[in-house]
Design a protein around this ligand. Structure first.
Ligand SMILES: [Zn+2]
Length: 366
């Protein structure tokens, strides 16, 4: 067993990153604290991951990003879309990116949602009924989520995503496996891919842990989802190590995007153990540096992340978040997107209304 509690195995899975082309501008206060002058907004890019389990021939998508036609999202989300997000743009649907790279949607055995939020759930209904949907604990028994919109008019879940397909909920209760302090589930049963129970952001949030090279000195890629939204919340990225408090914390503001900020902070603190390991590459769903410095499926069908250690990818993305910080109280860079975009053009009818006082970002689900 490794020091993180991962059983030794020689089984690996191949992992490729997908740039979903989604980008949104959000207010910082619901996500991080303290908010520094000149850093009042965050530009969030959106990554997804394609996992190949070679022994079984199964392909999995971990998250799908934002659906390109976001104006067809369930009514409860559309109503609130302008309240927390001043800008949103998606150029291509993740399904299009897969198909452009020669991967048919029928090849995807499972889609795992790190969590059910719309910026991760994608256009699930475009996958054939043979593609199973995998969700975290509590999803199936939540009356606020199921049966989904429109039967449940306030649900953020699009019922089209669930129609005629197998919905699998991961149960972490009796696995007997703890990795870096998180309850874990061995997805393929051979140690190549684990799901981790990482609560705090919203109901059923999970991370993925892909074994990228096997044996006693195995390496891993951690698919972080929204365990935190900004790499600066990770103490290891502050050069502080696991026993120190990072400069940024999970937002406890009344507008927080985390339904349970204390639990989310605990998950972020556990994440530090993973990021402090030289054998784990931590990939947060909204990390721009990662998306723009590492190879993506969009650019290459063959370039995966499995050789990340010999290519120094961890060092490459470790400090990128510093570029987002303000300099002398002034933004260090332009927002990545402003206003709402459709089909490559600014959608002028779209409203850009800022978060109302006291309205929580967790209500819209980011
Ligand atoms: Zn997100």
């Amino acid at each position: 067993m490794t020091s993180l509690g991962v059983p030794i195995s020689i089984a690996t899975a191949r992992v490729r990153m997908v740039d979903t082309t989604g980008v949104m501008l959000v207010k910082s206060a619901p996500f991080i604290q303290p908010v520094q002058k000149g850093h009042e907004t965050l530009s969030l890019y959106v990554a997804a991951f394609l996992i190949d389990h070679l022994p079984s021939g199964r392909k999995i998508m971990f998250d799908l990003g934002v659906r390109k036609d976001y104006w067809t999202l369930p009514a409860s989300l559309q109503k609130r879309l302008g309240t927390v997000i001043p800008g949103l743009r998606i150029d291509k649907d993740t399904t299009e990116i897969l198909q452009e790279q020669g991967i048919s949607l029928g090849e995807i055995y499972s889609v795992v949602w790190s969590h059910y939020h719309w910026d991760h759930a994608g256009s699930m209904e475009l996958f054939p009924a043979t593609t199973e949907l995998v969700v975290g604990p509590g999803f199936k028994s939540s009356p606020s989520l199921l049966p989904g919109y429109p039967a449940n008019p306030d649900s953020p879940i699009d019922a089209r995503a669930l129609a005629k397909r197998t919905l699998t909920e991961i149960n972490f209760d009796n696995t007997g496996l703890i990795i870096a302090g998180f309850r874990a589930h061995d997805f393929f049963g051979d140690g190549s891919f684990y799901l981790l129970d990482t609560p705090g952001h919203c109901l059923g949030h999970m991370c993925g842990l892909v074994r990228t090279t096997g044996g006693t000195d195995s390496t891993f890629v951690l698919l972080g989802g929204d365990i935190c939204h900004f790499p600066g919340c990770d103490a290891d990225r502050n050069g502080l190590g696991p026993k120190m408090t990072p400069f940024y914390a999970i937002s406890t503001d009344p507008t927080s995007a985390y339904t349970d900020p204390a639990e989310a902070q605990q998950s972020a603190d556990n994440l530090i153990r993973l990021d402090a390991s030289p054998n784990v590459l931590v990939c947060l769903a909204h990390d721009e540096t990662m998306l723009h410095s590492l190879p993506t499926l969009n650019n290459s069908q063959t370039d995966d992340l499995n050789n990340w250690k010999e290519r120094d990818y961890k060092e490459k993305i470790h400090w990128g978040w510093l570029n987002d910080l303000a300099r002398d109280g002034k933004p260090s860079r332009q927002p990545a997107v402003d206003g709402f975009w459709r089909d490559g053009r600014l959608w002028v009818e779209g409203k850009s209304v800022l978060l109302k006082n006291g309205e929580a970002a967790s209500k819209i689900g980011l």
